[in-house]
Design a protein around this ligand. Structure first.
Ligand code: UD1
Length: 438
């Protein structure tokens, strides 16, 4: 099993280039299959969720080509020869965003059958709002054999009010509605940058979408999409993760190729905590010279503080000078990593959806297990900031969403290596050898 072995204590210093947004890319790839002409996607992140998604669309007949076979960050997609509207296989069940294929296939062909989504276990993740949207557009929706099916004689634009702000439901309804007859209005829509990114690609393909990025999106359906060329926005969560890694290790890191506006909640919170945060064009520098200060965090839909950054900040706060509160308002099961941080010496008590964190002088290395993607990245940050050696297990979660994570951290001076070990005893031998080097 692949694991990260980390020898903590080095402040991260240097510059790191941020890749394309994974969550955006998943919606964008789904949108791309709706055209029968070639759609070129640039800045595609080289992460497992994307490879899985590409395999899934290939399995139904979409053509996926790399113009430069040595560069998997640019891909062309053509949905002309899609021969089935049902997708059910082991890999598609692993990722949450498989649900975007429902909206895309329903919009284009009037029917879809997709294995029910997997993804990170961070709480109940219903898709009732997606279903509500498809039904409002005139589709029947039913669940059978672990799959969600939907079928419509004709999709008709409607006024849809989302009961909860959902990124997935907003994008999914937007995909289906972009080929419906007439006008759809999505009220209480999610405003995340990736909603805007997907809307921009659809618009380049010929869709008529207004208001993406606000809570009211208006879509006039069109009959057909054409070729397009689109560059995916930078991954604000990857950027935020490196910004937290800089803060937790009391380092000095510049993230480049980012859109600072997308990171405002993250930058503001780091400044509250005493970090120096400087924006310069498409870069942000985070430098920390004094011990971090405590703060209060409450996760909210965009433009509020992102739930996907909650765990990484908790690691910073575990080392801050005083007591902090972190309240999770989006997912109910997103504190599983706190038990792992406690093994490293953190002082955290979780009650309901709030974590009470009292900063400690130092964390110490331990063997911990990544419970999900973002929490896994947080544990890596903890290992880099801790005294001694840490092993992070279950890194397949982290590889779902971070491209070349260990290499990028190493380029900043982090002592982290990926190892493939068959047993706990082999892992322990490696850890003690690493400890001896220090
Ligand atoms: C997306 C992101 C994920 C991020 C989350 C919130 C992708 C692939 N994943 O997930 O990284 O953490 O946004 O920013 O982009 N809900 C319902 N019914 C629904 C849909 C959602 O009740 O039909 C609830 C969820 O349980 C959750 C909240 O709405 O409490 C937000 O979920 P949503 O925005 O849909 O998250 P995802 O799109 O799954």
């Amino acid at each position: 099993m692949e694991q990260y072995l980390i020898r903590g204590g080095n402040p991260l210093v240097g510059t790191v280039k941020i890749g394309g947004a994974k969550n955006s890319a998943l919606g964008i790839l789904a949108a791309a299959i709706m055209s029968d002409e070639k759609v070129t996607i640039r800045n595609l992140p080289d992460v497992n969720d994307i490879h899985i998604f590409l395999k899934a669309i290939k399995s139904i007949g979409a053509e996926v080509e790399y113009p430069d076979p040595n560069d998997c960050h640019v891909v062309t997609i053509c949905g002309k020869n899609i021969f089935t509207h049902e997708i059910d296989n082991d890999y598609i069940r692993k990722i949450r965003a498989s649900y975007y294929l429902i909206g895309a296939l329903l919009g284009k062909y009037g029917e879809a059958g997709v294995a029910l989504p997997g993804g990170c276990n961070i709480g109940a993740r219903p898709i009732d709002q997606h279903q509500k949207g498809f039904r409002a557009l005139g589709a029947r929706v039913w669940i059978d054999r672990g799959m969600i099916f939907t079928k419509a004689e004709k999709l008709t634009g409607r006024h849809i009010y989302l009961d909860v702000v959902s990124v997935g439901a907003t994008i999914n309804i937007m995909l289906a509605a972009s080929m419906a007859e007439g006008t759809t209005i999505i009220e209480n829509a999610a405003r995340e940058p990736h909603v805007v990114d997907v809307a921009q690609l659809l618009t380049k393909m010929g869709a008529d979408i207004r208001g993406a990025g606000t809570d009211r999106i208006k879509i006039n359906g069109v009959k057909k999409f054409h070729a397009a060329d689109h560059e995916i926005i930078p991954d604000q969560i990857e950027a935020g993760t490196f910004m937290c890694a800089a803060a937790a290790t009391m380092g000095d890191v510049t993230v480049t190729h980012v859109i600072p506006q997308h990171l405002e909640a993250v930058s503001a919170k780091l400044m509250d905590m005493g970090a120096q945060v400087d924006e310069n064009g498409d870069s942000i520098r985070v430098a920390v010279t004094n011990r971090l200060q405590p703060t209060t965090i409450k996760t909210m839909p965009h433009p509020g503080f992102p739930t996907d950054m909650q765990a990484q900040f908790a690691v910073c706060l575990a080392l801050a000078e005083g007591s902090s509160l972190v309240t999770e308002k989006i997912f109910e099961n997103r504190f599983k990593y706190t038990d792992e941080l406690i093994k490293m010496g953190a002082n955290i008590r979780v009650e309901g959806n709030t974590a009470f964190i009292t900063g400690v002088d130092k964390l110490t290395g331990a063997t911990v297990s990544a419970p999900d993607l973002r929490a896994g990245a947080a544990l890596v940050i903890a290992g880099l900031a801790a005294e001694g050696c840490t092993c992070v297990e279950n890194i397949h979660f982290i590889q779902r969403g971070y491209e070349a994570f260990a290499q990028k951290l190493r380029s900043l001076g982090g002592d982290i290596r990926k190892v493939d070990v068959d047993s706990d005893s082999e892992r322990d031998r490696m850890l003690s050898r690493l400890a001896m080097i220090s």
